[in-house]
Design a protein around this ligand. Structure first.
Ligand SMILES: *Cc1c(COP(=O)(O)O)cnc(C)c1O
Length: 393
C-alpha cells in the first residue's frame, strides 16, 4: 500500500540533500562556534552562511536574523521580549483569536501579570479586518501580533495593510510566518513587520531549529541568558547541524517556490472542487482564494472524526483533524469556533495539507478513498448510536 502523507502543516520530511549538508557538522566540523581554533571558526562560518540564506528568503539583512529552537520559541521571544522591553511605554497588546497556541499562551501568561490583551475576532473566512486593528489601538498599545497564514484553515491575512497601520502609530508589529516562509513570497519590508517567526521543520528542514527576524532598532528583551551567542539575543551553544540544515532548506525552498506554489494550488483546488461532488454534507473552511497553496480544510457532518482518521490511516492516508495540537482532545478547535462554526462543523474537521512529494496520483487516490471512508464511518456511527440506544436487533 502506498503511504500518502497529507499533514505537511504539522511537519515536513527532511530532504536527503539537507541531511547530507548537515552530516559533517555532527562529527567532522563539530567544534564550538565560539572557539577560536579552526574547527570552531569553520562551524561559525557555516552558521553565518545559513543566516544569510534564511535572511534571503524573507528579504532581510543577515544581522537581523536570530536562530532559536523553533517557531514556538520565536513567538515567545517576540511577544514576551517586546512586552518586557517596552513596558515603560504601555501594557496593551493586540492579537487575534485564531493565533497558534505559541502566541496565545505567552499572551495569556502576560495577561496574568498585568498586561492587557485584545484578542481580535475574525470573519467567517478567518480574515482579520485591518479596520478592527486600527480601532483596537490605544495610547498604551506596544505590540500587535497577527499571523501571516493560519495553520488550520490556511487563510492568508492582510499583513501589509496591518503593517501600514502599525507603522503609522509606531507600534511594534510581529507576524507568525511559520506557515508561509518557504511556501509563498515573504518580504519583511513589503509586509511592514518588525518581528517575524520562522520554523525550519515546516519547510523541509530539521525539527528543533527556527529563527526570528528582528528589524534593526526594535527593542526586545532576551528570554535565554547565559552567553554571548546571537549577539546576546539568544544565549546557548548554537545547534550547528540544525542551523546548517535550516539554511539549506531555505535555499532549496527559495529555488522551488514559484513553481511549487502553482503546482500545489492546482492539486488543492482539485480537492476543493471535487470532494463536495462526491461527499454530502461537506463544507470548506477558510477563504476560497486567500489561502495557503497546500491547505484543504473541510467540515464533514455526521461522522466521528477519530474513526475517520483511523480509517484513513488504515488506507495509508495520513491526515489531521485540524491542528496537531487539538486532535488529541475532543475540544472543538479555537480557530473553527472563531470562524463562527458550532456543533458538528466545529468538531468534525479534516485538514489535508499537501507537500513536495504529493502528486496527482495521490490526489486521485484521496478522491477515491475519502468518499468510501466517509460512507463507512457514517454507517458505523449510525450502528454505534443504535447500539447505544439499545435498538439494534
Ligand atoms: C508549527 C507552528 C508553530 C510552532 O513551531 P515549532 O517549530 O513546531 O515550535 C508556530 N506557529 C505556527 C503557525 C505553526 O504552524
Amino acid at each position: 500500500m502506498k503511504r500518502i502523507y497529507l499533514d505537511h502543516a504539522a511537519t515536513t520530511p527532511v530532504n536527503p540533500e539537507i541531511v547530507k549538508a548537515m552530516l559533517p557538522y555532527f562529527n567532522e566540523t563539530f567544534g564550538n562556534p565560539s572557539s577560536l581554533y579552526s574547527y570552531g571558526q569553520e562551524a561559525k562560518r557555516a552558521i553565518e552562511e545559513a543566516r544569510d540564506k534564511v535572511a534571503g528568503i524573507v528579504g532581510s539583512q543577515g544581522e537581523e536574523i536570530v536562530f532559536t529552537s523553533g517557531g514556538t520559541e520565536s513567538n515567545n521571544l517576540a511577544i514576551q521580549g517586546a512586552a518586557h522591553a517596552n513596558h515603560h511605554k504601555g501594557n496593551h497588546i493586540i492579537t487575534t483569536s485564531i493565533e497558534h497556541h505559541a502566541v496565545l499562551e505567552p499572551c495569556r501568561f502576560l495577561e496574568e501579570r498585568g498586561f492587557m490583551i485584545t484578542y481580535l475576532p475574525v470573519d467567517e473566512y478567518g480574515l482579520v479586518h485591518p479596520q478592527s486593528v486600527k480601532e483596537a489601538i490605544t495610547d498604551k498599545t506596544i505590540l500587535i501580533s497577527v499571523m501571516h497564514a493560519n495553520n488550520e484553515v490556511g487563510t492568508i491575512e492582510p499583513i501589509a495593510e496591518i503593517g501600514r497601520i502599525a507603522k503609522q502609530r509606531e507600534i511594534i508589529f510581529h507576524t507568525d510566518a511559520v506557515q508561509t516562509v518557504g511556501h509563498i513570497p515573504v518580504d519583511v519590508d513589503e509586509l511592514g513587520v518588525d518581528l517575524l517567526s520562522i520554523s525550519a521543520h515546516k519547510l523541509y528542514g530539521p525539527k528543533g531549529v527556527g529563527a526570528i527576524y528582528i528589524r534593526k532598532g526594535t527593542e526586545l528583551t532576551s528570554l535565554v541568558h547565559g552567553g554571548e551567542q546571537e549577539k546576546r539575543r539568544r544565549a546557548g551553544t548554537e545547534n550547528v547541524p540544525g542551523i546548517v540544515g535550516f539554511g539549506k532548506a531555505a535555499e532549496l525552498a527559495q529555488a522551488e517556490m514559484g513553481k511549487e506554489e502553482q503546482r500545489l494550488t492546482l492539486l488543492r483546488d482539485k480537492l476543493i472542487s471535487d470532494l463536495p461532488r462526491r461527499i454530502d454534507h461537506i463544507y470548506l473552511n477558510g477563504h476560497p482564494t486567500k489561502r495557503l497553496p497546500n491547505n484543504v480544510n473541510m467540515s464533514i457532518e455526521f461522522i466521528e472524526r477519530e474513526l475517520m482518521l483511523e480509517e484513513l490511516d488504515s488506507q495509508g492516508i495520513y491526515a489531521s483533524a485540524g491542528s496537531a495540537c487539538s486532535s488529541s482532545s475532543t475540544e472543538p478547535s479555537h480557530v473553527l469556533v472563531a470562524l463562527g462554526l458550532g456543533g458538528e462543523k466545529a468538531c468534525n474537521s479534516l485538514r489535508l495539507t499537501l507537500g513536495r512529494e504529493t502528486n496527482e496520483d495521490d490526489i486521485e487516490q484521496v478522491l477515491e478513498v475519502l468518499p468510501q471512508t466517509i460512507d463507512k464511518v457514517r454507517t458505523m456511527s449510525e450502528l454505534l448510536e443504535g447500539l447505544a440506544r439499545g435498538c439494534c436487533g
